[in-house]
Write a protein that binds this ligand. Structure first.
Ligand code: AKG
Length: 294
């Protein structure tokens, strides 16, 4: 995996969080995932829970992957500073600094609420659509629990160690369509998976090439979560935030979030706008040079 320079965590000088990050880096490297306990405060959990409850029943998935009993609210960071603060949380940024190249991007930011009766998602990796040979590190995913995550209510499930599997070893996982491409895949994974049970406010972080899925919800209540995911600065992002989030709103966001949304240049010139830095597009009246009158 990328990022062997331990000095980079020194950007986050608090000794306790530094130790937490070092431990998390080790776990992600060794088993493909880690859990950050007490990631959110109780107040944040309550506020996000209330927000999600107010939005309930309008965002059901359209296929077995999204989940027809699962609600997904994409571009959730557009819904307030509360969500933007989580996108640029210093612990997550420290992990991204370790696994991704500078100028990494936010690739998706969504709420995932699994309703009672939902079946397990197909086993998948969040980077399956990038044609780069495995094992690779091209993205980092987070799932933040807004409810206690249990094996009964559809907590995230992971296959420890699968981030190190080759393309041949992983063959049969979900790529597109409705289910895993190999009918035996689920059987082959049985006994290898871990249900990531964790309290509300905790966060599971995993390498994008770790096999995982949202579990079956056989409880009577909704399992609510947020998922922010980050990718290398030279990849196409899952969500097209340029077209989702109005520039007037991006203008009010922090410099870090602006950069994560792609208002940044990956040297020497990836992301430029008709020869200008993309941040210039946030100035009212900006006109790309190609459209300017002489
Ligand atoms: O909701 C979860 O626990 C995981 C969801 C997931 O892996 C996905 O939608 O890509």
């Amino acid at each position: 995996m990328a990022g062997n320079d331990d000095s980079r965590t020194q950007e986050y000088p608090n000794a306790e969080s530094d130790a937490q990050i070092r431990h998390a880096v080790r776990e992600i490297r060794e088993q493909g995932y880690c859990v950050l306990e007490s990631f959110l405060s109780g107040e944040q959990v309550d506020q996000i829970g209330q927000f999600l409850d107010a939005k309930k029943d309008h965002y059901f998935g359209r296929n077995n992957f999204e989940g027809d009993k699962t609600e997904r609210i994409y571009a959730i960071l557009s819904q307030g500073k509360l969500f933007q603060d989580l996108v640029e949380d210093r612990r997550i940024m420290a992990l991204c600094d370790r696994f991704l190249e500078p100028n990494y991007l936010l690739t998706t930011s969504q709420a995932i609420c699994i309703h009672p009766g939902e079946t397990p998602q197909p086993w998948h990796c969040d980077d399956a659509f990038y044609g780069i040979a495995r094992p690779r590190t091209v993205a980092l995913s987070t799932v933040i629990a807004i409810d206690d995550f249990t094996a009964k209510n559809g907590c995230t499930e992971v296959i420890p160690g699968s981030h190190l599997w080759s393309d041949e070893e992983i063959a049969g996982d979900y790529r597109s369509g409705d289910r895993e491409t190999d009918a035996d895949f689920v059987q082959r994974m049985a006994g290898k998976s871990v249900a990531v049970e964790m309290p509300a406010g905790a966060c599971v972080v995993f390498s994008s090439n770790t096999l995982h899925r949202g579990g079956r919800n056989s409880s009577q209540t909704v399992r609510r979560a947020l998922s922010n995911q980050y990718c290398q600065p030279w990849l196409r992002t899952i969500e097209n935030f340029y077209l989702t989030i109005p520039r007037a709103q991006v203008r009010e966001m922090s410099p870090r979030v602006q950069s994560l949304l792609g208002y940044s240049v990956h040297p020497p010139f990836m992301g430029q706008v008709s020869g200008s830095h993309p941040l210039k597009t946030l100035n009212p009246g900006f006109v790309p040079s190609v459209f300017r009158r002489e």
